[in-house]
Design a protein. Structure first.
Length: 492
């Protein structure tokens, strides 16, 4: 993220793929947690709890507008105002509201820095929006300010670790659960890499783990319900195999099994919830606590400053994320070494394929040259061991791949967890680096041996020296003389 307090310029990343709550069984599970009734949605439960219709609602980061359309259609709000940074999504939301004849209007704004739309609001809705907000303290404080004492702030959001850097114990549990699932329904379980997330959407889960604490700073808590997801969310979200499975009975059984494991994990680790539903009313007295407000504001400014200096990263990477990134960096390093190996092999092949050198090698290998080699080398002041250097080829073309395969073959036990697998991969890549370095050294020695060998060095000297041109000229003169002698013989 080039700038802190930033926005995502590419709205195409939203509303793509399938999420865990696209499964009916998951929606019923979530509904049951919030309202006690699997058929009652969160906003229906909220309407039951408050017993009122809200006159004017503000919807934060509204996207394509489906949330406020649902709220208006259900009668919870008489009028709604949506704000978002993406004009494309706002146009889509406005068109849909107009087509449905709903009393909804829209404003384009960067929620981190811009003022809220004018007018009074008695309800503010955060539906999967706050985890995209960098200035979380500023925004929640402003919500507290604009709401009347009897107003409500209702939220349904991801409140798990920032940048989806899931806690290790939860990820290991999901890893083990995924291995139990039949391959036809199994997730391609990949731990979210921070550098990639910063490119795809620099606002994703930017301060998600601060949402609940910041909410409790400015609002009294009417209801707070942890919804879990530490196991189920990574296993079901973007799981195309599960979503497209034809055997609905088998799929339903496994979804129920996953949700039960998720529920058990949440019971044992209530702080692990990735999602939560909560609602509260503004604590107006907090707005008079100047010292606390100044400290919160200063902490937010300092956090963003550090992030700007750290390429958009706010916090230290966890153990698993560090290991996985180290694996990718090592693989990239090894790929560069492999490219160097290929270059050296090409150089060796080019040197060996030079016409004069190939011819000389053929003579060196013939019975005749072996018989006279010692006498010839003595004349040139060389020894037979120097000639042998021209035959030093540690790897002939194609052999190194077989050697690599043989060296890589082992009988180590398969790792039983995500972290152990990452560490094993890292060790394997480091071992590969050592093997590749040996190949580079051998090929460099081969190139040096060919260049310093009697045959190649002599050929290069002949190719570059004036003597070569004189020999060519002499050959031409000799050819003319031979033709002249032949002509004389014929004339005689």
């Amino acid at each position: 993220m080039a700038e802190s307090l930033g926005v995502n310029e590419n709205s195409d990343v939203y509303y793509t793929g399938t999420y865990w709550n696209d499964f009916e069984a998951v929606r019923r599970w979530i509904n049951g947690r919030i309202s006690g009734d699997p058929t009652r949605k969160w906003h229906e439960h909220f309407a039951d709890q408050t017993g009122r219709t809200f006159q004017r609602a503000l919807i934060l980061n509204c996207g394509n507008g489906w949330v406020e359309r649902e709220l208006a259609e259900s009668g919870l709000i008489a009028e709604g105002v949506g704000i978002d940074y993406s004009q494309t999504l706002l146009d889509e939301a406005s068109a849909a509201a107009s087509d449905s004849g709903l009393p909804l209007t829209y404003h384009q704004a960067n929620i981190n820095t811009d003022a809220f739309p004018p007018g009074e609001f008695d309800l503010v809705v955060n539906h999967a929006a706050a985890h995209h907000i960098a200035a979380i303290d500023r925004v929640f404080r402003e919500v507290c300010r604009i709401l009347p004492p009897d107003g409500w702030f209702v939220s349904f959001d991801y409140v798990g670790p920032h940048r989806n850097q899931y806690r290790l114990d939860a990820w290991e549990e999901a890893w083990r659960m995924n291995r139990e699932i039949p391959e036809s329904l199994r997730q391609d379980l990949l731990y979210p890499p921070i550098p990639v997330m910063l490119v795809i959407d620099p606002t994703e889960a930017v301060h998600s783990e601060l949402i609940v604490a910041t909410f409790r700073r400015y609002f009294s808590e009417g209801q707070f319900t942890a919804l879990g997801g530490a196991i189920a969310y990574p296993l079901l979200t973007h799981n195309a195999r599960m979503f497209e499975a034809e055997d609905d009975v088998d799929r339903s059984w496994w979804i129920e099994r996953i949700m039960q494991v998720d529920d058990d994990f949440l019971t044992r680790h209530p702080e692990s919830t990735l999602f939560a539903y909560f609602a509260g009313q503004p604590r107006k007295s907090v707005l008079a606590q100047t010292e606390m407000l100044n400290e919160s504001e200063a902490a937010e400014v300092e956090r963003e400053r550090r992030a700007r200096e750290n390429g958009g990263e706010y916090y230290e990477r966890g153990t698993l994320a560090t290991a996985l990134i180290a694996v990718e960096e090592q693989r990239a390093l090894n790929a560069g070494v492999r490219a160097n190996i290929q270059h050296l092999r090409s150089e060796v092949n080019a040197m060996q394929s030079r016409y004069l050198y190939a011819r000389a090698r053929h003579l060196v290998d013939s019975k005749w040259i072996r018989a006279v080699r010692e006498s010839q080398l003595t004349r040139f002041g060389r020894t037979s061991t120097h000639m042998a250097a021209t035959h030093a080829y540690p790897y002939s073309d194609g052999q190194s791949a077989e050697i690599d395969e043989a060296q890589a073959t082992g009988s180590a036990a398969e790792p039983d967890g995500a972290l152990s697998t990452a560490l094993a991969d890292l060790e394997a890549e480091k071992g590969e680096e050592v093997r590749l370095a040996a190949q580079v050294e051998a090929l460099q020695s081969e190139v040096a041996a060919i260049r310093s060998g009697l045959l190649y060095s002599t050929i290069e000297r002949l190719a570059d020296a004036k003597a070569t041109r004189r020999i060519r000229a002499n050959h031409a003169v000799a050819a003319l003389e031979r033709r002249a002698r032949a002509e004389r013989r014929r004339s005689a």
